[in-house]
Design a protein. Structure first.
Length: 135
């Protein structure tokens, strides 16, 4: 299945959902403990706000715009988001495996990282990818 035609919508949705997630985190404090291991100051989690706004929301919206307009830099924006999502997924998975807590970020970031990678790879030149990765 060719995901390329849907990349703009996917990245726009991802940017919007990141904004929504942070709105929930700010407006509903009881959800916060599900995002961090016990004993870790809340400030440690809240410090991710600015990077998330830049790398997840901003770069996702940039990628969405780039895909919608066929901009030559769209792939760079998509790879930026894919790298950030991959890092977040590995970071949160490590915390879950070490502590057995803070499961909600894994539920959020692991699927997002995989989907972002798929949509990013869908825009890659087929001759630049191994045959198994060409979408």
């Amino acid at each position: 299945m060719n995901l390329r035609p849907y990349a703009s919508q996917y990245f726009a949705l991802q940017g919007a959902l990141t904004l929504l997630a942070w709105a929930v985190i700010f407006l509903w404090p009881p959800i916060r403990p599900h995002f961090q291991p016990p004993g870790i100051p809340e400030l440690m989690m809240m410090a991710f706000f600015v990077p998330d706004m830049l790398l997840f929301t901003g770069a996702s919206f940039a990628a969405a715009y780039g895909f919608a307009r066929g901009a030559p830099w769209r792939s760079a924006a998509a790879w930026l988001v894919a790298g950030a999502m991959g890092y977040a997924a590995l970071y949160t998975l490590t915390i879950l495996l070490w502590t057995g807590t803070a499961w909600l970020p894994v539920v959020v970031f692991l699927p997002a990282a995989l989907l972002t990678l798929l949509f990013t790879l869908a825009d890659a030149r087929p001759d630049a990818l191994p045959a198994a990765a060409a979408l």
